[in-house]
Structures are given as C-alpha cells and as structure tokens.
Ligand binder design. Structure first.
Ligand code: FDA
Length: 299
C-alpha cells in the first residue's frame, strides 16, 4: 500500500460524503428495492444465490427500527412474488439493539416469523464486539422459536472458537467472515495472517461439528484453504456455500461457481449507504487513493 493510500484509509471518516457516494455505486445495488431485485435477478441467472440487506444501522429511534422491519416484510413478499433465490441479512442495531435488547428481539421476531412462513432464512449480521453477547442471545431465542435464523462469527475475535462450541446441535447455520470493525487488541487478533489462521481453525471446527457454513471471504488464500478443507473432510455441497459482497471480486465468484461450489452474494440497497461504503473503501485502499486523487484534481 502506498503512503498516500495508507493516509487516505486512515483519514476516511474525513472524506466528503459526495466522494463516498461516487464509489457506493460499485458496492450498493441502488436506493430502491427494485434496484436490488434487478441485481439479484442477474446473480440468479449467473447461478449465484443472494442475500439482501437494507442499509441502515445504529438506529436510535423506535420508529426508525419499525420502519426498517416493515421494509424487510416488503422484501420478503417481493422475494416470493418474483421467485428469487434469495434470503435476508439484518443488522441488530438496525432492529434497535442500541435502544433496548427486548425491543430489538421483538422487532426481529415479526420479521423472522414472516420469513419462516414463506420458507425463507434470516441472517443476523454481526457488528462490533460490544453487540456480540446480545446478538447471540437474540439468535438463540429466535432459533428456539423458529429455526430459520443464523449468526455471523468473525475470525478476528478471540472468542470465536468458544462461541462456535456453543452452537445448537441441530440446524445451526452460520456465516464466517474476518470481521470489519476496528476492534481493540484485548478482544481481537490484530495481524493479517493471524486472522487468516483463526478463520481456517474456525471453519474446520464448524465443518467438523456438522454446522452449515457460509464461507464469506474474497481472500484467495482462504478460499483455497476452504476448498481444500471441504475436500479433506468430504463435506457435502449442501453443508456449505461461499459468500461474497456485491462489487467485490466478481472474477473469483465466477471461478467458484464454475467449480460447482454454491455461492451467495450480499446485495445491499437503500438510501443509508454512507457507513457501509466507507467500510468497503477502507478494505480497498487503492480505490480510496484513486478517489482522493481524483477529488484533489477537482474531477
Ligand atoms: P481481505 O480484506 O483481505 O480481501 C481479500 C481480497 O479481496 C483483497 O485483496 C481484494 O482483492 C479483495 N477485496 C476485499 N474487499 C474489497 C473491496 N471492498 N473492494 C475491492 N476489493 C476488495 N463483517 C462483519 O464484521 N460482520 C458481518 O456480518 C459481515 N458480513 C459479511 C458478509 C459477506 C457475504 C462478506 C463477504 C463479508 C462480510 N463481512 C462482515 C466483511 C468481512 O468481515 C470482511 O471485512 C470482508 O469480507 C473483507 O475481508 P476478506 O476476507 O475478503 O479479506
């Protein structure tokens, strides 16, 4: 990473919103449900399934969380009406976790019940480390009631191997990713290779436990390691899928699909694209540097 790119990544919160908006187009389907449906249709035609995410997080008003839940009901109806191969991903702080845990759980409850009725699955995205205990409590409560839910584990968290051991014996379905929030050393592994090591350890533990795993990464080293593990443990194709983000590594996505691996793409949409896009920019220093250079040139 060049010094300039590194400086840009550190200073990302200072990048003006309109600049972030320019790159959001790469990672976000659009502002409307119609734009998400169009992206999902194309992915389905290419043989990939999808999970749709209504952008929005850190909600502090009950009415905002309820509005988001209502939009998820609309999404579920649309998935069924349009026959899409798609489920939904929902953030705890969008459902009101920062307001009150019981309120958040109850907001999820309506969405998960509606999804269950339609035969659809709900992923509880994982946010920063302060939310993990509450998110896992909500997950267990929903899992006991409905079954069609699954959490996310982040391989940078030191606690992940312990959390995996506590997954329900029946019907567990998790997403495993590296983790994107900036976390203190007390709770999270910091080195790039260390996080990779823990990813593969966590993946092996999950697969050996018989858990369904969404292997969410674009890191070719991990993808190769995952393919090797699946082969070594003789994991059936209905016990795992790869997962990638819209706008990231489409070539690698096609390679995995051509190899016969199940693959799901995370499709975010909505007007609240700022925080999500800044996180994507942070992962892509070259793009961030390119955007800043263009801005400095007044383009
Ligand atoms: P890494 O960041 O090392 O990227 C590997 C390679 O992929 C890069 O070298 C580059 O080529 C490419 N790449 C990665 N990001 C890019 C970008 N933005 N633009 C262009 N190229 C890029 N995190 C979390 O904390 N909670 C969650 O719930 C989720 N959910 C989730 C769902 C899905 C489907 C995915 C794929 C990821 C998440 N994440 C997440 C994010 C995850 O934790 C992680 O931050 C990103 O996936 C990037 O990590 P990689 O494993 O891809 O490795």
């Amino acid at each position: 990473m060049s010094l300039f790119d590194r400086a840009v990544v550190t200073g990302l919160p200072l990048v003006p919103k309109f600049v972030v908006g320019k790159v959001a187009a790469r990672y976000v389907a659009g502002e409307t449900l119609d734009s998400a449906v169009e992206a999902i249709r194309e992915l389905n035609e290419d043989g990939a399934s999808a999970t749709v995410d209504l952008l929005g997080e850190e909600v502090t008003e009950r009415a905002t969380a309820e509005k988001a839940a209502a939009e998820y009901h609309r999404i579920l109806e649309r998935i069924v009406a349009d026959g899409l191969d798609c489920n939904i991903s929902v953030k705890p702080t969008q459902m009101g976790l920062e307001i009150d845990e019981t309120f958040c759980r109850d907001t999820y409850d309506g969405v998960v019940a509606a999804a269950k009725e339609k035969g659809l699955f709900v992923r509880l995205d994982m946010e920063d480390h302060t939310t993990i205990d509450a998110t896992l409590r909500i997950f267990r409560w929903l899992h006991d009631r409905y079954g069609n839910v699954g959490p996310v584990f982040q391989s940078y968290m030191r606690r992940t191997l312990r959390d995996i051991a506590e997954m329900p014996a029946e019907g567990a379905n998790v997403r495993l990713c590296k983790g994107i929030y900036i976390e203190p050393r007390e709770v999270a592994w910091q080195g790039y290779d260390v996080v990779r090591l823990n990813f593969l350890a966590a993946l092996e533990k999950l697969l050996r436990q018989g858990v369904y795993v969404g292997i969410a990464t674009h890191d070719e080293y991990l993808i190769c390691g995952a393919v090797a593990l699946v082969d070594k443990l003789d994991v059936p194709r209905d016990q795992y899928e790869f997962q990638m983000l819209l706008g990231v590594e489409p070539a690698l996505r096609r390679i995995l699909l051509a190899g016969g691996h199940p693959l799901r793409v995370y499709v975010p949409y909505g007007t609240d694209w700022y925080h999500y896009s800044v996180r994507r920019l942070r992962e892509n220093p070259k793009l961030a540097g390119h955007v800043m250079r263009a801005m400095l040139r007044g383009e």
